[in-house]
Design a protein around this ligand. Sequence first.
Ligand code: ATP
Ligand code: MG
Length: 168
Amino acid sequence: MTEQTLVLIKPDGLKKSLTGNILTRLSETKLEIVAVKITRVSRELAEEHYQQMKEKPFFKELIGYIRGELHQRHKVMAMVYWGEGAIAKVRQLTGSTNPEEADPVSIRGAYGRITTKGIYENVIHTSTDKKEAEREIKLWFSPDEIIVKNMYPIKIVEESKAKKRIWA
Ligand code: ATP
Ligand code: MG
């Protein structure tokens, strides 16, 4: 089944210059990248993204981590991968959440670590199922940023008096 999944290269992945290595690993899947951007992560976006972790004792640290506070990299690289079985294929290469338990040849097994404070720095986020992928892709990308048209149903709204920055 053709599906799509969200991939984030987290601030530790950017700081360790792992972008190329991670993209090379993900290219093994032969999936297509249909959206990509480098973006800052607002507190609202971070808390919405990890909404299911709200009750965890490490929630505050997790939000700080994804916002780049631990790595002086206040951004992530966000991508949508698209193709046959995309979610499972990408998740397989990602490896388990705990980098020390992850398959050593997975991305997290090879590049992740647990900090002395107990944070799992696992370099990459990937969606775990279809429902999560839909929620996350809609959170991180607008329809016009994704090259595949009508990945999810859209609606047209009229914007009046909206200001935006353009090249001078
Ligand atoms: P992600 O959602 O980032 O792809 P995941 O789906 O493998 O990771 P989740 O259970 O969704 O795992 O956890 C989200 C993030 O919270 C993890 O990537 C990790 O950074 C952190 N985390 C999860 N469990 C723990 C834990 N027990 N101790 C410390 N950090 C954790
Ligand atoms: Mg998750």
